[in-house]
Design a protein around this ligand. Structure first.
Ligand code: URA
Length: 442
């Protein structure tokens, strides 16, 4: 087989065989296919797409590029959650301890911030001492001891995804349904789970802005998971404004800890409880999602979920005293308010722009090896539908950088659209896909 022939075939919109996909991906891993040919291949897939069969083959080849973790000696139905990426999405930090407290083991392999979206790993690593680079042996040890583990992708788990993903990030080939599906599912299928809850984002802060595209992605992810013998539920949820108020790593840890201690941030906890309900049901600790939601609320109010989070931080090397006394954390050099120039209601928020400004403040990377400033970020003071007076703060941003303040202020101000009429806030949980079919979420 010739790599250029396979690229040409896809470029011309023809279907690839499993052998061709396998030859290409494995050649790339071995180094016999260089970055420039893989880049051309990815761009061909971006424009021509792949049908479901090709996407399944790609997932399978990527899955088998590494180890498939066996957690069968750990009792219980192991359940994970995956989000396709958003702004202010700190759900995993609250959700995983809730579900583990309900008795469902949660083995979670998370990613880093990507483009304008944040990553669970960067948030966890903002806790002084917290280690996310555990070996597979250590990963299994932690989950068997405390029923919960949160790590990053290792060299052993879907290495093909790790290598291809880095290339996609710099070749503008991220927003492709077959490539996203194979990337997510190869990692998830390798981590040893029995069941998976998917949170597919749609809206102006999501990779799939249009609902139809998010729906197609959710269906593809759901069907791949099901065909690989996993129990899966997929939700399509809104990303037309950041989740909660905090955007930025340590800021998001603080907001998550507040929620774990029972402080209700409405949109954040609505989505957390929905996903938790589904995970607890799939983990066979509740008969329905509604029952699962009740259990999730109970473990928040009893303090068990917070205790579980402390246990996780301690077990993975983090300094718990920063969680218990967040005021110990170093302060950013600048804390700047962005004030409204009008009276009215917040009509819309440019979520992509909020994510990009947070990266500029130091909360994300523009290159793979950039260092993150865990203190940097934005705290929204108003969300869609909130009333605002002239001079009232819309947001506060935090940074150590002197040279970004003016631009950040201007860009954040523009990201909020203020109108005289009160808008209807977007519906947060839109659709659910499970074995029974597609349901509009009530
Ligand atoms: N998250 C992933 O893990 N992979 C993608 O391609 C996009 C989001």
């Amino acid at each position: 087989m010739l790599p250029a022939e396979i690229i040409r075939k896809k470029r011309d919109g023809r279907k690839l065989t499993k052998d061709e996909i396998s030859f290409f991906v494995n050649g790339y891993i071995k180094g016999t296919i260089p970055d420039y040919q893989m880049s051309a291949f990815l761009m061909a897939v971006y424009f021509q797409g792949m049908d479901f069969e090709e996407t399944t083959h790609l997932t399978e080849v990527m899955l088998h590029s590494g180890e498939i973790v066996d957690l069968s000696d750990i009792p219980g139905v192991k359940v994970d959650k995956h989000s396709t990426g958003g702004v202010g999405d700190k759900i995993s930090l609250i959700l995983a301890p809730i579900v583990a407290s309900a008795g469902v083991p949660v083995p979670m392999i998370s990613g880093r911030g990507l483009g304008h979206t944040g990553g669970t790993l960067d948030k966890l690593e903002s806790i002084p001492g917290f280690k996310t680079n555990l070996s597979i042996i250590e990963y299994k040890k932690v989950i068997s001891e405390i029923g919960l583990v949160m790590i990053g992708q290792t060299q052993e788990i879907a290495p093909a995804d790790k290598k291809i993903y880095a290339l996609r990030d710099v070749t503008a080939t991220v927003e492709s349904i077959p490539l996203i599906s194979a990337s997510i599912m190869s990692k998830k299928l390798a981590e040893g789970i029995d069941a998976l809850v998917l949170d597919v984002k749609t809206g102006n802060g999501a990779f799939m802005r249009e609902y139809e595209k998010a729906f197609e992605l959710a269906q593809t992810l759901f069907t791949i998971g099901k065909n690989f013998g996993k129990k899966v539920i997929a939700f399509i949820t809104d990303m037309n404004q950041p989740l909660g108020y905090a955007v930025g790593n340590w800021l998001e840890v603080i907001e998550s800890v507040q929620c774990l201690r029972g402080f209700e941030v409405p949109d954040l906890m609505e989505l957390t409880y929905t996903l938790a309900g589904a995970m607890i049901m799939l983990g066979e600790k509740a008969r329905s999602i509604e029952d699962g939601i009740k259990i999730a609320k109970k473990v928040i109010y009893s303090g068990e979920a917070y205790e579980k989070f402390l246990q996780l931080v301690e077990r993975q090397g983090g300094d718990v005293s920063f969680i218990e006394n967040p005021e110990k954390y170093p302060l950013p050099k600048h804390s700047i308010e962005v004030k409204s120039m009008f009276d009215g209601y917040v009509y819309s928020i440019d979520t992509l722009e909020i994510g990009l400004v947070s990266v500029m403040l130091g909360a994300g990377r523009t290159k793979v090896d950039d260092l993150i400033d865990p203190k940097a970020g934005i705290v929204l003071k108003k969300k869609i539908g909130d009333e605002v007076q002239t001079g009232e703060p819309l947001a506060v941003f935090y940074t150590d950088k002197d040279d970004v303040i003016k631009t950040a202020k201007e860009r954040l101000l523009k990201a909020f659209k203020i109108n005289p009429e009160k808008p209807i806030p977007p519906k947060l949980v839109k659709t659910m896909i499970d074995l029974e079919g597609i349901k509009e979420w009530k």
